[in-house]
Design a protein around this ligand. Structure first.
Ligand SMILES: [Zn+2]
Ligand SMILES: [Zn+2]
Length: 352
């Protein structure tokens, strides 16, 4: 067992602060990674503050972080895909049973025995898993991913959660050239949704509550921007969308978007509003529309997404911060004061 520097929260009301955590010695199928950059996902903050206590109570201390990019420092004897010195990445999952129907089909994210990167039962050391706000991590090679060499590493980190969360439903619902696609919300998830849908060749329309995001949305690849509070503007798009990606995690009127879908159109939720949405049956019935959800993606699909991003030179727009600014970054995240993802430069932890 190795001790490694990390940043953790000791309780739901504590700041995230410097600590030391154990990492297991790599077993034969493990890859040991020195972490270079970790993206800050909103779920880090939800978990730190125990805001999802109903379905995933936080065990303290918690070390968040599941958008991890680093360099391999050692590998177990049975590891074949990685060697010391390679750039490697880890996303939201670090293990699963590999035997259930979900795992067999490549949907590790739906495995009943899946291990999340943080705040999940740690089958090796006991306690819970610790995430990417740390100097290093040890992960089974099946859950370690490759980053295309042309991508900026800080900007690539958010692909591991925000990237796959938006890529997977766009792919599943057949977004391609000639399709009209809406992206609701222009935050960490939404800005990735826009870049990816644009790269798939779709006609992309961004829905935002802030008129001042218009220019940025166009820069990111949107073809049109609609201010969602303007019912007149919304009405112009009625019945016209093949697919809408809804990234909003605050309360909002889902029916306003259902009414924009064409026949057989689908809207997929990737945000998680705390209260149930009031869905109008009429909005679904008229036009055989459907409402779905989606949660990250499997390991093979995550690699496919990373390779796609390599081919199209896509990374997240990041603001790189030292880890000492983490609590400030959380406050700014709450105000949506980031374009569009924070990435922690782990050199700042190393030198502490
Ligand atoms: Zn995330
Ligand atoms: Zn499984």
């Amino acid at each position: 067992m190795n001790n490694t520097k990390a940043y953790a929260a000791a309780s739901a009301t504590s700041p995230v602060a410097r600590t030391t955590i154990p990492r297991r010695d790599p077993n034969k199928r493990d890859v040991e990674i020195e972490i270079l950059f970790t993206g800050i996902c909103h779920s880090d903050l939800h978990s730190v503050r125990n805001e999802w206590s109903e379905f995933s109570p936080t065990v303290y201390p918690i070390v968040p972080g599941h958008e991890i990019v680093g360099r391999v420092t050692s590998v177990g004897s049975a590891v074949t895909n990685f060697k010391p010195g390679d750039v490697a990445a880890v996303g939201c999952m670090v293990d699963s049973d590999r035997t259930c129907v979900q795992c067999q089909a490549g949907f590790e994210q739906f495995c009943q025995n899946m291990t999340l990167t943080f705040n999940s039962v740690d089958n090796h050391l006991g306690g819970v898993t610790f995430g990417g706000y740390s100097e290093s991590i040890v992960v089974d090679e099946h859950f370690v991913l490759r980053i295309p060499s042309n991508l900026d590493l800080a900007g690539a980190a958010p692909l591991l959660c925000a990237g796959i969360t938006t890529y997977s439903p766009l792919r599943h619902w057949g977004v391609t050239k000639g399709k009209k696609v809406g992206v609701v919300g222009l935050g960490g998830l939404g800005h990735m949704g826009v870049k990816l849908a644009h790269a798939f060749g779709a006609h992309v329309v961004v829905f935002t509550t802030s008129p001042n995001k218009k220019e940025d949305a166009l820069r990111l690849g949107a073809d049109e921007v609609v201010v969602s509070r303007d019912t007149g503007e919304m009405g112009k798009h009625a019945g016209s969308f093949d697919f809408i990606l809804d990234t909003v995690s605050a309360e909002h009127d889902i029916n306003a978007y259902l009414n924009l879908l064409a026949r057989d159109g689908n809207i997929t939720l990737v945000g998680a509003p705390p209260k149930p949405l009031g869905v109008s049956a009429f909005a679904l019935i008229g036009g055989r529309r459907s409402l779905s959800g989606s949660n990250i993606g499997g390991i093979a699909e995550t690699q496919e997404m990373l390779d796609f991003c390599g081919e199209h030179n896509i990374t997240a727009d990041v603001e790189v911060i030292p880890i000492q600014k983490i609590n400030e970054a959380y406050e700014r995240l709450l105000k949506s004061d980031v374009k569009y993802r924070f990435a922690i430069d782990m050199a700042s932890l190393k030198s502490e």
